[in-house]
Design a protein around this ligand. Structure first.
Ligand code: SF4
Length: 62
């Protein structure tokens, strides 16, 4: 029997994250609004929101 472990890593996905904001300036701009983000702009994507989350995601804990 395979034991399924719940893993924290990979749980967070910008598309489903409460900190994700979408702005529409003709093109859709996707940004992270988390106060602890280390990326100045927090820009996630322009036009498309990439799958997953960036390296600098503040919800990554290592
Ligand atoms: S970078 Fe992390 S905190 Fe920011 S929107 Fe994506 S999953 Fe949420």
């Amino acid at each position: 029997m395979i034991h399924m472990e719940k893993r924290d890593d990979g749980v967070y996905n910008c598309a489903e994250c409460d900190f994700m904001r979408t702005y529409d300036y003709g093109k859709k701009i996707y940004c992270c609004d988390h106060a602890n983000r280390t990326d100045d702009m927090g820009k996630l994507g322009v036009g498309d929101l990439p799958d997953g989350r960036p390296e600098w995601c503040p919800l990554r804990e290592k």
